[in-house]
Structure formats: structure tokens, C-alpha cells
Design a protein around this ligand. Structure first.
Ligand code: ZN
Length: 203
């Protein structure tokens, strides 16, 4: 028989709990009312420390100043959006095309049969270990780092042309080794786009 009335009893009990919660919340100073509301609204089975604060508040109607402080800190943290980390993430989400360190030539996007010359650096150690740097090589000028958006475009162009083909094209066109960038002095090296030392090191 009792069972039939159980749902009613349960909702009656919940109603009384809510009335009590509202009473306790309204007894707090205005600054603490939000924190008290936060403690009462905590999900069941969540942080045990916060749950103990909520239970204490419900039982005694008050917390110590230090406990209020802790609860307020947790409330502030739970409300803070995790934006900075999320905003930075999508940028590096897609891995950059895998292009080995070296020099490359690719057809310029101007469509005039011009070539773009690139230097790809991938430091193995030091502060920048694991990162990829792309410089634009322009005759007679120091190499200049390209902007971040252009790094991806350059690496994609190299992969599209073929890493070996783009490397050889650099050496053949400029007469400089695709690996170490030194001048290629013999015919074979110029044909391959790579000097003898770098060829033997690779083999
Ligand atoms: Zn070389």
C-alpha cells in the first residue's frame, strides 16, 4: 500500500527541500547568495569537497568565511569559458605536409611560369625542435621567413610537385645544392641538383 504513495511522498520531500534551500539562500549576504545557489545546484556525484560544503550549508545554514571563499573560487572557475585554449587549437589541428629539410622550387602561383624557391628548416634540437620553418629564397637577398599561412601553401605546393622533383628543380635551376645550398661545380651535380657530399650522405 505504501508504495502507491511513494511518488507523492518523494515530490513532497523534494518540495520541502527546495523551500529549505530557498530559506537558507535568502539568509545569506547578497554576495553569498549566488554561491549558495551554486552549491545547491551542484550535480549529484560531482566534486566531493563541494558536495560536503553543500551538505554543511544545508544542515547548519552557514559556512566559514574560508569555505565561502573556496566555493566562490570554484564557482568562478566553472563559469569561466575555456576560450583561449580552444581558439588556439584549430590552427595547428591539421598536421602540416611532411616535407624534409632542404631547398625546393615550385611553379609560382602567379601562373607566369615563374618559380618560387623555398628553404625548409626542421630543427631537430633547441627551442624550435619539432617545428617547421619555410623561407623564401630570392637571389641576392637574405632568405626571409614566410608568414604562417604561407608555410602551409608552400609545403603543399612542394608535395604536389613531388618532394624529389621540387628539390631537383631547385638545384638544377639555381646551380646550388638542394640540401646544403652550396654551388654545384660539376655537370653531374648540376643535373641532379645536389652535390657529391650530400649525395653520398643520403645514400
Ligand atoms: Zn650539398
Amino acid at each position: 500500500m505504501n508504495r502507491i504513495y511513494a511518488p507523492h511522498d518523494a515530490s513532497q520531500q523534494r518540495y520541502q527541500e527546495m523551500v529549505r534551500a530557498e530559506q537558507i539562500i535568502s539568509q545569506q549576504t547578497p554576495a553569498r547568495q549566488d554561491v549558495a545557489r551554486y552549491l545547491y545546484a551542484l550535480p549529484v556525484g560531482g566534486n566531493r569537497f563541494l558536495a560536503s560544503l553543500a551538505a554543511q550549508l544545508d544542515r547548519y545554514g552557514r559556512l566559514s568565511p574560508r569555505q565561502w571563499e573556496c566555493a566562490a573560487d570554484n564557482m568562478a572557475r566553472s563559469q569561466r569559458p575555456a576560450q583561449p585554449a580552444q581558439a588556439a587549437a584549430p590552427r595547428d589541428e591539421d598536421p602540416l605536409p611532411n616535407v624534409p629539410e632542404g631547398h625546393y622550387a615550385t611553379l609560382s602561383r602567379t601562373g607566369n611560369n615563374d618559380l618560387d624557391f623555398w628553404r625548409v628548416d626542421r630543427p631537430a634540437e633547441g627551442t624550435y625542435a619539432g617545428r617547421v620553418f619555410v623561407k623564401r629564397v630570392i637571389g641576392g637577398k637574405p632568405d626571409t621567413n614566410v608568414r604562417r599561412a604561407e608555410v602551409r601553401q608552400a609545403l603543399e605546393a612542394i608535395v604536389a610537385a613531388g618532394v624529389d622533383a621540387a628539390g631537383a628543380l631547385y638545384g638544377q635551376t639555381l646551380g646550388q645544392c638542394r640540401t646544403c645550398n652550396r654551388h654545384l661545380t660539376d655537370e653531374t651535380s648540376r643535373a641532379l641538383g645536389q652535390g657529391p657530399e650530400c649525395r653520398s650522405r643520403k645514400a
